[in-house]
Design a protein around this ligand. Sequence first.
Ligand code: MOS
Length: 734
Amino acid sequence: MSEAAPAPGPNQGQPIPRVDARAKVMGQARYAADVPVANVAYGYLVTSEIARGTITGMDTAAAEAVPGVRLVMTHRNRPKLTAPKPFAMGGTSLTASAPLAGPRISHHGQIVALVVADSFEAAREAAHRMTVRYRREEPSSTFGSPGTKTELTSVAAKRPDPKLGDIAKGFAAAAVTHEAEYATPTQHHNAIELHATTAVWNGDELTLYEPSQWLYGLKNGIAQQLGIEPDKVRVRNDFLGGAFGGKAAVGSRTALVALAARQLSRPVKLVLTRDQCFVEPGHRQETRHRISIGAAKDGRITAYKHDLDELTARDDTFVNTGVENAAAMYNFPAVASTARIVRADRHAPCFMRSPPEFPCMYALESAMDEMAGKLGMDPIEFRRVNDTKKNNVTGAPYSSRGLMECYDAGAAAFGWAKRNPEPGSMRRGEWLVGYGCATATYPTSTTSAVARVRYGQDGRAEVHIAAHDLGQGAYTAYTNICAEQLGIDPDNVTVRMGDSRLPPGPIMGGSVGTASGGSAIKLACDKIKARLAIDARASASQRRAAFGRAGAAVLEEQGDYVPEGAKTKTTEGAYKATPEFVGGTTGAKTMFAFGAEFVEVHVHARTREVRVPRITGAFAAGRIVNPRTARSQLMGGMIWGIGSALHEFTEIDKREARYVNDNLAEYLLAVNADIRDVDVIFVPEEDAEANPVGVKGIGELGNVGTAAAVANAVYHATGKRIRELPITVDKLIV
Ligand code: MOS
């Protein structure tokens, strides 16, 4: 055992190494754009230079004259497409507008042409030779820009705001109140694997090689746009090089690439450039939060109000909110929260790791720290006084909630007791030292999923599930689950994923992948064990006898998992890409995973440079299927959290509503030099109610709360409270 692969603790599986590790380090793992395709032509996008207006003229002659150019597709000659159905309307797409639908421009970077040529270089050259003329209109870029339009989310997206008790009475009863505004910026996923699509037609059947977090979503979504049967579309992607929510929705390019390939009777491959990855897929929208908390002298909160504004597109409604989850966090006796969307001339935002929790918990956990300070209480004790075992707003008890256990384990490991509560009181040479902590949380949800398991008398098992390994270790976690359920060596398990001809796994988002797909695998294994009349502890000779009795060399069973409490009692939604998420605050039980994160920051006394020498996270998330990959997931989350606290920020040119730092040189991410000690602690927890495998999901848990913990530590070091991310030197100097 090693630090990376701790010996399994209570309710943990085996820390087996990643089953795809060797293929990855040997360069044998094939990503979608790596799949060799014969006679392929290459696409290149031309994107809008303006954010709002109309195309008045296009000159494609110079582009068409470039040797090797086969097609310049614009709104004038694009073959027929049906407009996509966006997520907000129960569909799979990012936006409701078909690509190249007309001359109207609604955001900077909108696709205005697809150029296809014999080589990538020719396509690129031709794309740059195209002339597009626009009639520009003044765009609204972000909060505070003239021309934005604000709507109540409860009206625009029929999402009720959390309300509880008498808020006025709650504030009147408070001895101490705190009110402040917090803000988070636009962020982009920046997965290292660029977005890409290769379309290959074989008669009326389309194969797409595309990195997607949702094979069945892409399959159904593209079929709908092209007006063909979903079963005529096959999507392949054995591996993804990161996704983070950015590869969940069907983007605008895919249908165009499929149309071009059909028109040319030739496969077409399109790989976006890095700057195009800032505009074709979505982003994390900027948010503003006004938080008010009232508390009695003993620290008990009497009232909580959270008013959220989030930016969205002019015509597409993407709604994050998260105020409903924040309202469930503590024992609030009175709650009055609202959420609004603010429409601007920007591309539709989309999911980005911990979509609602990252901004909402940054705001709430910063406010909790400020309130603890006003009350003169230790921030952990303040949370303990307000801990709860139920969601007051819905009345639904938590299925399990290990928050304070996480605080206790984390505080002990971190050495929280050494903290002098006085801001600016701790110093190490030229560096001001600060300790901060915050709550991490993420809703535990599942969605319906189907898996097939084959088990043979040779002892080998195969799992078939159209799910995806985004880099998080899904191949490995499913191997763990299958091996455990059948009671066999993980080396004897092979997991096949990344092909929409396999049974529909879950969308690999919302941290539902291991729990949903794993539950389907468990159900299939249960059926196999029932047919063999064995349990997972059966010996080799018992298994041989069982196969003999069954009269079969191989048994195959399908597991159909539907979450308890789902409105649709079948797995139909998994096939049709209309998933129903059950969990979080929606069911009879409130289901969340929890953690407590502790950060030490060093702020240079003169330059105000901020360093994070160490971070400790303690997490209670039900069964930990594989402590090695789980540790890696949570570490990655916390590292991202540090990046989002200190570095990440997509700058907007407000005059033109366009991104300025749309490249990896200027969009700053945490790199090795920014990260030192990262400590992950698993707090044992069992949750038999969450789902059949008792897994709470950790894909997004780690990066929630980190930014608040850093901000709280920066305050402790300097006495300066930064309420707008990222915490850059300029904000600390003034
Ligand atoms: Mo995650 S943002 O649901 O991929």
